[in-house]
Design a protein around this ligand. Structure first.
Ligand SMILES: [Mn+2]
Length: 255
């Protein structure tokens, strides 16, 4: 896939971020990986290039977005479109599963897992009023309470089903980033995820809504998380990945 994309975009560079899986706890592995990822994203942004981060579970968002924040001139503010079936707004005291990928947004907003604090998301928290969750349809009450308390904007799947994604997708006036958890997409179109949730955004609708955003010079970074190729069915998720990446690296080209 990379070779095909690079054929049309010679400036594309592949960059691996190593993960030290030998560390003693999952939180330490995630903290170390996010620290390395934040450094990579900050460096790529500082060079005036556009980072595209592909993961891996959504805990990588802590590295990506704290890295972007670090690279921008103070106060380093940007809007973040968080497209996800889940809210990822837990901390260890509220999480039903203890899964770290259910916690990255809370951490980025300043309520961080103690083992991740200062490493996975160093620096000041993001501004909740500048983050919009889009596609939400699976969450716990503690996450809704956190969103209300902090002023996080949430666009539920019901609104998308009623009005269409294009009608509810924000178009930020200033710099912004996009984090796409592939489980926001309907499992019929993107089965290659770890936590599928039925009734999601259709792939074609997502691509139509993202194309103008990815073509905007104000879009500073794209992250695509939770891609799990062994779970794919008939190459559907791979095809969506390639279309998304093509929209990001060749934004002027027809689909
Ligand atoms: Mn997520």
């Amino acid at each position: 896939m990379f070779e095909r994309l690079a054929a049309g975009s010679p400036s594309l560079i592949w960059h691996d971020v190593p993960v030290a899986v030998s560390l003693s706890s999952p939180a330490l592995v995630v903290a170390q990986a996010c620290d390395a990822l934040a450094g990579a994203v900050a460096g790529i942004t500082a060079e005036g290039r556009f980072p595209i981060v592909i993961g891996g579970d959504h805990s990588i968002a802590m590295g990506t977005w704290s890295g972007l924040r670090r690279a921008l001139a103070p106060p380093g503010l940007f809007d973040l479109l968080w497209i996800d079936a889940h809210m990822d707004c837990h901390d260890p005291s509220t999480s039903p599963s203890g899964a770290l990928h259910g916690m990255p947004l809370a951490c980025l907003l300043g309520r961080c897992h103690p083992d991740l604090a200062g490493v996975a998301c160093p620096g000041p928290p993001l501004t909740p009023g500048r983050v919009t969750l889009i596609g939400v349809r699976s969450f716990e009450p503690e996450e809704t309470a956190f969103a209300r308390r902090t002023g996080l904007r949430v666009v539920h799947m019901e609104e998308i089903a009623a009005q269409g994604l294009a009608a509810v997708m924000p178009l930020p006036a200033g710099p912004f980033g996009i984090t796409l958890d592939l489980d926001a997409v309907d499992p019929g179109d993107a089965p290659a995820v770890g936590t599928p949730e039925p009734g999601g955004i259709r792939a074609a609708e997502l691509l139509d809504a993202l194309r103008p955003l990815l073509a905007s010079p104000r879009c500073l970074a794209l992250e695509i998380a939770e891609y799990s190729p062994p779970h794919d069915v008939a190459g559907r998720t791979a095809a969506l990945m390639e279309a998304l990446l093509r929209a990001a690296v060749q934004p002027g080209e027809p689909p």
